[in-house]
Design a protein around this ligand. Structure first.
Ligand code: FDA
Length: 302
């Protein structure tokens, strides 16, 4: 109950306090911070996916700024020779304001990544964005078969159907590539599973469908039963190393990721950075109410 109240009031917490919590989950505010974090991860034999923070923007001039920031990031990272690809959120480019321009911006960024032989992952946002994000992915997959991927959320009841409906995009020379996650947004019960076990069951069903159908899988979870379930499926379908990778969030469960790397699995860490860290941080806090306790402590026991 207390957690619920705190979660609702989070947006009104002093940013300084939220930053105390956030700094372990965010590489920093600048691309140099992201480069430093990426280099450290690369040294541990861990790949990264870079994400500039900012979402659900209100004006298309913000979308244009975000387009420029990503273009600059891609050029900087490629010049620095970092083992990274890129994740982006369509609402950051105006998905909910002007779909046509949003598509053009994401297309331009995909073309830029493709020109370096690299890859863009379209993050999945809340349910009103799913159809349009799939549509953007479908169109780009035809034009840049090797360079674009999408995220699918196991908590959504529609996900297995979405997987089936995209099989037509498979090509011999370019597998489909999806990151599978539980899903982080608060969704209504008629469209999303709510129970931990139900979500985990569907995560493994979706993953099994992917591996059976030779879809490249980015298995994005820190949940030990899911990691074990995924390892079992990888073994069952004898999936070659280059067709799957594990993914974890920056600052979360570093011991688990090291263990997987030690056992020879590919690992990629999602590295968010940028000035717009407040929305990302409060969502993480809402998702993991245990962390709210630390905020309460910080508030009352200075
Ligand atoms: P679960 O939430 O059950 O966590 C399992 C364990 O991991 C916890 O018990 C705890 O030990 C640890 N843990 C998890 N989160 C933690 C945290 N914040 N702080 C400390 N410990 C934590 N979602 C989405 O809707 N769209 C997207 O595009 C993405 N993209 C994405 C990329 C990557 C690389 C990852 C890893 C995750 C996402 N997500 C996402 C988020 C995802 O949907 C989900 O909310 C989180 O990964 C947490 O779910 P777990 O599977 O880790 O299980």
């Amino acid at each position: 109950m207390l957690h619920k109240i705190i979660s609702r009031t989070l947006p009104y917490f002093p940013p300084k306090l939220i930053w105390q919590f956030s700094k372990s989950y965010i590489a920093g505010e600048t691309s140099q911070d992201a480069i430093n974090a990426s280099k450290a991860l690369n040294r541990e034999n861990i790949m990264v996916t870079l994400d500039i923070l900012g979402e659900f923007i209100k004006t298309m001039s913000q979308a244009a700024k975000n387009r420029y920031a990503y273009l600059t990031l891609i050029r900087t990272i490629e010049a620095a020779g970092i083992n990274a690809n890129y994740s982006l959120k369509p609402t950051m480019f105006g998905l909910l304001i002007d779909k046509k321009i949003c598509f053009e911006y994401i297309r331009e960024l995909t073309a830029e990544a493709a020109s370096h032989g690299n890859f863009i992952r379209i993050d999945m946002e809340n349910s009103p964005c799913v159809d349009d994000s799939i549509d953007i992915f479908r169109r780009l997959k035809r034009e840049f078969p090797q360079n674009i991927g999408l995220v699918l959320q196991a908590y959504l009841k529609r996900t297995l159907n979405d997987l089936e409906s995209m099989l037509d995009l498979r090509r011999d020379d370019a597998a489909l590539n999806f990151r599978l996650v539980k899903g982080i947004y608060v969704e209504p019960a008629d469209i999303a599973y709510k129970d931990y076990h139900e979500i985990n069951d569907h995560f493994l069903k979706d993953l099994e469908f992917m591996l059976k159908n030779k879809i490249d899988a980015a298995i994005a979870t820190h949940d030990t039963p899911l990691i074990q379930g995924a390892l079992h499926l990888i073994d069952k379908y004898q999936v070659p190393k280059e067709h799957y990778e594990f993914q974890m969030l920056y600052g979360v469960t570093p011991k688990k990721r090291r263990e997987l790397v030690k056992n020879g699995h590919r690992m990629r860490v999602y590295v968010p950075f940028g000035e717009q860290w407040f929305g990302y941080s409060t969502r993480r806090l809402k998702e993991n109410p245990a962390m709210v306790k630390h905020i309460i402590k910080a508030l009352f026991y200075k």
